[in-house]
Design a protein around this ligand. Structure first.
Ligand code: MN
Length: 197
């Protein structure tokens, strides 16, 4: 399962595992704001709110499950964005390996999975995230999570996510959220998703 461990009670800014100009459906300008400013602010706020919370030195997944209020919002957004940015890459764009077998088993086909995922991303009202997760029985499910929520809150193991907050796509796609969602399939590194199983 994907997680982040703090060092000396503080979380580091998750680095991009690729160059900001290498992901051809998301501009370097969007990375500059989305990763460099939005995520940076969530990390800074999380680190400010952690001391005295009783949740210091816990892995980020535990902070997300136990925190409330502002600490929850910032911890959730750090985990969500860390997983979002880490899943893109310049290789492994064909869905293969264990995740491909599970998708075929639980959705019938990769195309049927994509259709449901795109539909749930496009119809999420307001700000939030669409997720592919594994449930306690090992079955894959797609959920819509509002604001900073994460499937961990529903006892699901998160595997893949598309950020559908407007800040994720407005510079490149303006109001065309569905076009942004469709474009992201081209840049998923499915081996990074397999590692989260
Ligand atoms: Mn975002």
């Amino acid at each position: 399962m994907y997680d982040i461990t703090p060092k000396n009670g503080q979380f580091e800014m998750p680095a991009l595992p690729y160059s900001a100009d290498a992901i051809n459906v998301i501009s370097a300008k969007t990375f500059e704001f989305h990763h460099g400013k939005h995520l940076k602010a969530y990390v800074d706020n999380l680190n400010k709110l952690l001391p005295g919370s009783g949740l210091e030195n816990m892995p980020l997944s535990e902070v997300v499950k136990k925190a409330t209020g502002g600490l929850f919002n910032n911890a959730g957004q750090v985990l969500n964005h860390a997983m979002y940015f880490e899943q893109f890459g310049t290789a492994n764009h064909d869905c293969t390996g264990p995740i491909a077998d599970m998708i075929a088993r639980d959705f019938g086909s990769f195309e049927a999975f994509q259709k449901e995922f795109e539909q749930k991303g496009a119809t999420l009202f307001g700000s939030g995230w669409v997720w592919l997760s594994k449930d306690a029985d090992g079955k894959l499910v797609i959920t819509q999570e509002p604001n900073a929520d994460n499937p961990l809150l529903h006892n699901l193991q998160p595997l893949l996510t598309f950020d559908v907050w407007e800040h994720a796509y407005y510079l490149d796609y303006q109001n065309r959220r569905a076009d942004y969602i469709t474009a992201l399939w081209q840049v998923i590194d499915w081996q990074s998703v397999n590692k989260r199983l």
